[in-house]
Design a protein around this ligand. Structure first.
Ligand SMILES: [Zn+2]
Length: 462
């Protein structure tokens, strides 16, 4: 059956040309949104009809930067500093990953994403130790069924060497493995899973490496994502380095941006690039003050990202709230300090919902096809049950989605017209079996390494 009718929900289209919300049906045909209107008539014999009265329909949420391979150690870093993180993940655990670990980590991370209403995700994968790891990553993405971008990065081994030796280390040039992936799996750009470059950038590479990675990305015709603005690491001025080594452009997404200079933020804006901020993670991990207001000041609306499930949950409702509370908290503190009270709010729930959908799609180069509930776009749609006690009754739908919703409200998830979650259950994913498999791989790896977690800290076994 290629037709689905989503009947009677409150639709929040997040399309700037449309009203904020309306009660309507959505007809999905051949993977696209064919009509949005009240009372659409269909023949139930050739259409899957879902009564979604009392639910809110939103565009699927978009995460523009998540290190999915780290999902195998979910919450291990809940009480880590960034130094604990670098020691454990770059120095010990990352290099020990086997291809099967990569597959299982991605499977469990992607299942969490879909379960939480994320329909599009940029997997910032910086642990491609061998071609077999890369193949395992592609296999996991394809099996998960959501719209994903495999961001091809270097391995933890290369990054750890850079950390030890500075620019004299980590000099491995981009491998030909990414070209192999392009030829073998990604010869067309109309698939659900796509390829991008997760480039090292000036904070973890020399200008020679930056130039080589940029050349390769342009040769392959793929987008690039770069971490920049990580606290003291940003003193190398990574955006200026990128400009010198390879030039800037709209095909780059800058991740974090916290400690970038005003000049660098201006260059990001002028080059038409996009940004990905991870406010919840950044506040926990000493990456620097959240850059949202400074990005807005130069005209860049950010997209949102979880970053890593080592520390925080892999869901964007919390990230939307962290974006709002960090900005409102800063402005409120300034008003209180100058003895006044705020007369307006600097940011609305509509704004951050747009960042978690349309701006995310833009950062992934997919905003013409996804990111809003608009007739003609691909059908990436999430139904939230607004009859649950945390959302009922409804009065301001965008406010309910951002301030109230959590993954337990996610009743139905559709990607490209195909239902991946229905009646609150993942379709074709046995999450209990997957959890057992992930737990076993985690234990095996810790055994191989002769380490264990003691009160969250990774220590050698005696
Ligand atoms: Zn990151």
């Amino acid at each position: 059956m290629t037709k689905t009718l989503l009947r009677g929900a409150v639709v929040v289209p997040v399309d700037p040309a449309l009203p904020e919300s309306t009660t309507a049906d959505i007809l999905v045909e051949n993977g696209r949104i064919a009509r949005i209107a009240p009372g659409i008539d269909v023949d139930p014999a050739d259409c899957d009809v879902m009564d979604l009265t009392g639910r809110i329909l939103i565009p699927g949420l978009v995460d523009t930067h998540r290190h999915l391979w780290q999902s195998l150690f979910r919450y291990a870093g809940a009480d880590w500093t960034i130094e604990n993180y670098v020691h454990a993940m770059w120095g010990v655990i990352g290099p020990a990953f086997e291809p099967e670990d990569m597959y299982v980590a991605l499977a469990v991370g992607l299942a969490e994403a879909v379960d939480a209403g994320c329909t599009q995700i940029f997997d910032w994968n910086h642990n491609h130790l061998t071609p077999e790891h890369s193949d395992a990553a592609v296999e996991a993405h394809r099996a998960a069924g959501l719209r994903s971008i495999l961001g091809y990065g270097q391995s933890m081994t290369v990054l750890a060497e850079f950390l030890q030796k500075g620019p004299a280390g980590g000099t491995a040039m981009p491998s030909e493995d990414i070209r192999r992936l392009r030829d073998r799996y990604f010869s067309s750009d109309d698939q659900l899973t796509r390829l991008a470059m997760a480039a090292r950038g000036g904070e973890t590479a020399s200008e020679a490496v930056i130039a080589a990675e940029a050349r390769q990305a342009r040769d392959l015709g793929i987008r690039t994502s770069i971490h920049a603005g990580n606290a003291t690491w940003a003193t190398v001025r990574p955006v200026l380095m990128q400009r010198r080594a390879a030039g800037l452009g709209p095909d780059i997404t800058w991740v974090h941006c916290n400690a970038l200079s005003d000049e660098e933020l201006g260059l990001i804006a002028d080059s038409g690039a996009t940004a990905s901020v991870s406010p919840e993670l950044e506040l926990h991990m000493a990456i620097g003050p959240v850059a949202i207001r400074r990005l807005l000041a130069v005209g860049v609306e950010p997209s949102l990202s979880v970053d890593t499930c080592l520390n925080i949950g892999g869901e964007l409702f919390s990230v939307m709230r962290a974006a709002l509370s960090s900005v409102r908290g800063e402005v409120n503190a300034e008003r209180i300090a100058d003895g006044t009270t705020p007369d307006t709010l600097p940011l609305s729930t509509r704004d951050v919902l747009r960042w978690a959908t349309l701006e995310g799609a833009r950062a992934n180069g997919l905003d013409q096809e996804t990111g809003t509930l608009t007739v003609g776009k691909r059908a990436d749609i999430v139904a939230l049950d607004a009859r649950r006690p945390n959302l009922a009754p409804l009065s301001h739908p965008s406010g309910s989605v951002v301030m109230g919703a959590n993954p337990s409200n996610v009743e139905m998830v559709m990607v490209d017209g195909k239902v991946l979650k229905r009646d609150f259950q993942l379709v074709n994913t046995d999450h209990v079996a997957l959890a057992a498999r992930a737990q076993a791989r985690q234990h095996d790896m810790l055994d191989r390494l002769g380490v264990r977690f003691e009160e969250g800290v990774l220590r050698r076994r005696q």
